[in-house]
Write a protein that binds this ligand. Structure first.
Ligand SMILES: *Cc1c(COP(=O)(O)O)cnc(C)c1O
Length: 395
């Protein structure tokens, strides 16, 4: 009824694509053999490193997040190796399954679906590994299924306290360029991310950042699948080695524009924007949840992502609300992922190209949908959200 007009995608990836990125991609196919495309590709490298907070290496792959999960593992994990998965939702478990597919043994510390990694348990598990079997610790900055944000710097501190020298591998696919992340400062050895979330570019290219310690481990692996091998990609004296074939031409132009936008705003300002918008979202949710079935998945604010939020209603109501918002108002909310009953859950993506009026728009849509569907909820959520943004905007 009210859906015609600009539609809005509030799912946790792919995220909203800026007009600037779309326009940068709207062009004829470029020459891939020589010229501008090569220069633009090379220009991405320093900017990608700075987004991840590393001075080390980055390899670009034509792949989504699942692809770079496997790319990263393939360089350091072989059959018979053991990895420790720090599970705070579906996604780190999925990364572990990828390791299993490569013949690794997976040990899992499961922290449930609403809590961050418990650092004391990580330290204890590593201390107990007196034979040094655990070769890598797999963790996520943000688990997109639960909205849990993990303390990655703390994970490294726990590893150090246990005196364990496993590699620390971190999945930042959900939240690079949204939630604060500092690969080198926090002691992460390998980071993975993909183009379609905080990096505001269509799905299809992914990245693996790795330091010299990780590359030394790469040197001990006898067989690395040719396509995933990161070495030829980072020392690419021939352009082809970046991609092992045809370059992802339009993604390169799109990403160039997105990285320019990130540089113009500045990473710290971007983190602050996401944090402020998340506070407005949480304020609205506090009011809705004060009466009726709504619950935010992560109670502890310190363990909440600023890029994605997972919410629960009663069975069937999550699906009904999503359908209402899309059909009646042109706003698409994210499905509940990996939770039961799935029809109770929904998620909000607020990552990348998102500002105050976009957030107020989807919050207002949800507020209206709760009313229209007669789902009991506390009244005044929009007032609470606008108060937060008004206060923060005063600086
Ligand atoms: C989206 C996401 C993935 C999977 O990425 P795809 O591009 O869908 O394969 C993995 N991990 C996290 C944390 C994600 O948010």
């Amino acid at each position: 009824m009210f859906a015609n007009g600009l539609s809005y995608l509030a799912i946790p990836g792919p995220s909203v694509m800026p007009e600037r990125v779309l326009r940068a991609m709207h062009r004829a196919a470029p020459n891939i053999y020589t010229g501008e495309l090569h220069d633009v590709t090379r220009s991405l490298i320093p900017d990608l490193k700075s987004v991840a907070g590393t001075a080390h290496n980055v390899a670009i792959y034509i792949a989504n997040g699942h692809g770079v999960w496997e790319a990263a593992l393939s360089n350091v994990i072989g059959a018979g190796d053991t990895v420790l998965v720090l599970a705070t939702g579906r996604f780190c478990v999925g990364w572990g399954e990828m390791a299993e597919g490569l013949g690794a043994t997976v040990e899992t510390l499961d922290f449930g679906d609403s809590d961050a990694v418990d650092l004391a348990q990580v330290e204890a598990a590593l201390r107990a590994d007196t034979e040094g079997r655990i070769k890598a610790v797999l963790t996520v900055l943000v688990d997109t299924s639960t909205g849990v944000l993990n303390d990655i710097k703390g994970v490294r501190a726990a590893m150090d306290a246990a005196g364990h020298d496993a590699l620390l591998m971190c999945d930042c696919i959900a939240s690079l360029g949204c939630d604060e992340y500092r690969m080198d400062d926090w002691g992460v050895d390998i980071t993975v991310a993909a183009s379609q979330k905080g990096l505001m570019t269509p799905p299809g290219i992914g990245f693996v950042w790795f330091n010299d310690k990780a590359d030394a481990v790469r040197g001990t692996i006898s067989q690395v699948s040719r396509y995933w091998d990161w070495r030829p990609r980072v020392n690419a004296d021939e352009y082809w080695k970046f991609f092992d074939g045809t370059a992802p031409t339009h993604h390169i132009y799109g990403l160039r524009e997105a990285l320019d936008m990130i540089a113009e705003e500045g990473l710290e300002a971007i983190w602050a924007r996401h944090a402020g918008l998340a506070r407005a979202i949480w304020a609205a949710i506090d009011v809705w949840s004060s009466d009726g079935p709504m619950e935010i998945n992560v109670a502890d604010e310190a363990a909440r992502s600023r890029a994605v939020t997972s919410l629960k209603l009663d069975e069937g109501q999550g699906d009904a609300l999503r359908a209402w918002c899309e059909d009646k108002m042109g706003v698409t909310l994210g499905i509940g992922l990996g939770r039961t009953p799935a029809s109770a859950y929904f998620r909000l993506g607020h990552m990348g190209h998102v500002n105050g009026h976009m957030v107020l728009g989807f919050l207002g849509t949800i507020d209206t949908g709760l009313k229209a569907l007669d789902i009991p909820h506390g009244r005044g959520a929009m007032e609470a959200a606008s108060n937060v943004l008004a206060d923060l905007s005063r600086g």
